[in-house]
Write a protein that binds this ligand. Sequence first.
Ligand SMILES: Cc1cc2nc3c(=O)[nH]c(=O)nc-3n(C[C@H](O)[C@H](O)[C@H](O)COP(=O)(O)OP(=O)(O)OC[C@H]3O[C@@H](n4cnc5c(N)ncnc54)[C@H](O)[C@@H]3O)c2cc1C
Length: 486
Amino acid sequence: MASIVESGVCKTGAEHLAALRDGRPVYIDGERVADVTTHPAFRNAVASAAGLYDFQARPEYLERMTFTPDGGGRRINRCWQKPRTYRELVERRRALVLWAEQSGGFVGRSPDHVASSLLGQVLGIDVFRRHGERRARALLDYFDYASRNDLFLTYVIINPQADRSKAWGEQDEELVAQLVDEDSAGITVRGAKMLGTSAIMANELLVANLQPLKPGEENLALSFAIPMATKGLKILSRKSYEAAAVSPLDNPISIRFDENDALIYFDDVKVPWERVFVFRDTDMCRAQFHDTLGHTFQNYQAQIRLSVKIRSLAGIAHRLAETIGTAGMPPIREELGWIAAQAAMVEGMVAGMEAEGHMQDGYWVPNKHLMYAGQVLTQELYPRIIDKVRSLAGGALIMLPSSARDFDSPEIAAVIEKTQRSPAEDRVRFLKLAWDAIGSEFASRHTQYEMFYAGVRYVTCAHSFRTYDWDGADALVDRLLPPARS
Ligand SMILES: Cc1cc2nc3c(=O)[nH]c(=O)nc-3n(C[C@H](O)[C@H](O)[C@H](O)COP(=O)(O)OP(=O)(O)OC[C@H]3O[C@@H](n4cnc5c(N)ncnc54)[C@H](O)[C@@H]3O)c2cc1C
């Protein structure tokens, strides 16, 4: 397999941008995109992703952000690091926090998300060995390739929604991605997967099936990885909030961090056997995430990233109250105190996942139940926090200039100066940011993301139910029970 390992101490933004000019089949607004690095719908988000690699290459962050993999070679991001101790897990998290801080936590599928999933899957490689030595070898080789090249991976692990009253295997033909052929070189896949967040700016795509499959649905039961420019792949972008952004002043977050979501269609995509990790085994699709540590590590990363985002929202809430002069009022302090407590709760849960982790096969791994508890609590928390911040704002987020261009007109600028407390432009700059974070179409997509990226509520609650120490809780009930009257 061709290596893209280059000289230099670690991967840089320029390298990432060069790799994205590969003719990937991205479509938006009825057209095929020639180059995602320059297209107005994607270029800033792509530049932000590239910026993560430049960040890790900075001398003052290199040690904190990267490590040298076993066997040597270039330094790579710590998201690929298998933590041998509690301390290494914490160091790894600190690197993930630094990356998340570059976007205030607004990029959900930064490169550390799927890297964390693959890391967890490889820590459970014996699960794949039971499925077949060749499939396990393929995954190990892929992990080696992806990590040594510090690849940005994204994944599609959920099927298109279609008709939820039917099983996946009963959906219309060619809807759900499935096996349509196999030969000595590999497999051929046709059909769709729901959404590949960050697909437009990742190097490669991991495909899998997280939703339960039934016997008889073996053709859907696949997992594999392919480069984004693979023949037959179609990446159908949703509306671009970056393209809809008016200016850096008007939409300071969405203009830079609209990571994008895209429907992924496989139009008879051929995948070589050395890239196939799960083949026609419905239970192995579940085991890939749940019997390994894949699901644990990917969602532990998601909670780390979310802790940064909630901290950003807490900062916005506090700045809002200061901007409109309510910060000193006891009822507003009460609201801010509630928000601060939630931010601390999310950070505390992450710290708990680490401290309550355990050694498994030589590695310190996060506590699974605390991770699921975090998921359940935060998918409800996110819309509540947004609601709280809105309630602190009143009309301040709406009583704003139509766009930055209003400042160019001396006549309008004079009225803005009188009606926004001075310095008017600073106030407008912040209030526009707050609206972009909590009220814009981009912000609304974020609420949908935080409510659903980890699965619907009944799914996350089922994981919490499955992993809780019910015996320990039941033992307490026994202790409280009065002795039986014999
Ligand atoms: C912004 C965004 C980005 C995403 N990015 C990715 C990505 O990068 N990769 C990826 O693989 N996936 C991605 N997803 C998909 C995400 O994982 C799914 O949306 C999520 O798992 C929920 O599945 P669903 O959308 O099919 O909803 P459904 O499961 O269809 O749920 C929709 C509603 O129907 C109800 N419902 C459906 N079936 C039942 C039932 N049997 N019993 C009771 N209630 C039911 C649910 O409770 C819910 O209220 C993304 C989603 C969003 C919104």
